[in-house]
Design a protein around this ligand. Sequence first.
Ligand SMILES: [Zn+2]
Length: 342
Amino acid sequence: MPLQDVIGHAAVIASIQRAEASNRLAHAYLFHGEASIGKRLTAVRLTQAFHCEQRQDGAVIDACGVCRSCRHVEASTHPDFLVIEPDSEQAVPQIKIEQIREIEQQIMYRPLIAERKICLIDQADRMTIGAANALLKTLEEPPDHSLFFLISSRPAALPVTIRSRCQALRFTTPPRTQVEAALILKREIPPSDTRLLAIISEGRLGDALVADPAEIRARQREVMELIRPQTLGSVTAILAQAESSAKSDRVPELLSWLTRWIRDVIILQVGGDRDHILFAEDLETLEMYSKHADTDALLDILCDIEQTDRQATRHLNLQMALEQVLLRLRDACTAQPVSQRS
Ligand SMILES: [Zn+2]
C-alpha cells in the first residue's frame, strides 16, 4: 500500500487520515522539516489516497497505487491534482505570480473526477512576494473542494500571513535503522553500502536512494589520502591540495568531508558510539589521531568550517579558507612533530 510505503512519517499521515474521517480537514497544510526526508512524497501519496478509485465508503483513506487515479497522481497528470514548483532552469529558482494565478483559476472550478482539487506547492518558500500575496488571497477564501499542501524546508522564509493560514505539520528525520531498512527494500546493494549511505545521508532518505556508493567511497579515499601524516605534515602538500581543490571548485565539498572525518576522530576521543563512524575502513588512522589530537582545537575547526560554509556565497577566498583549515588541523592533530610519527 503506497501510504505504508512512506518511511518514517506515519504520525503525519495518521493525523490527516483522522481529520478526513472526522470531517475536520484544514484547507491548507504546511509540511515542514529538513530537505529530502519525504515531505513531497507524503503529499503525493496522500493525494493518491484522497483520489483513489478503490476507496470503500466510510473507510479510512488509503491508496491502492494501481488504479487509474493513483497512477495519474503519481505521473502528475491527474486533472484534480495541481503541482507547482520553482523553475529549476533559473539561476535563482522561484515560484512566480503567473504560476499562482494559473492555479487560482483552476482551483475555482469544481473537481473533474475526484472529490477535491488538491494543489501541491513544493519549496513554497521560493514564492516571490507577488506570488505569495496572490496565494494569500486564495487561502483567505478557499473554495470548499480545495486542499493545499505547501512544502518547505525553510518555513521561516514564508510570510507569516501565509503560515497563519496553514495547519503546520512538522516532519522529523527518520532514524537510521528505518533508512537502512528502506534502502535494503528499494536498492540492491551490499550491507556495507547500505550502512554508508544511511550514515552519510543523515536520515535524508531521498538523497540516500539516489546516491552512488562508489562515488562516495572515492571521495572518502581522497580525504583519507589528505589526512595521512605524510600529507597533513607537509605544508607544501597542504598548499598544493588547497590550490587544486580551488581550481576544480571543490573546496566546499572537501570541507564538508573534512567535517565528517573530524567528527569521527571526536567520536573516538569521547568514547561515542562507533556505529556512527563513517570512515570505518580507516579506523587505524582515526585511532592514531584520536590519541593525540586536541579535541577543543578540533571543535574550533568544525565551527570555522561552518562559518566558511555560511560566508561561501560572499566571495570568500575559498582556497585560503581550505589552507587555513588544513594547517590548523595539522596543528590540532600533531601534538608531537609529525616526522616522529610517520
Ligand atoms: Zn488507487
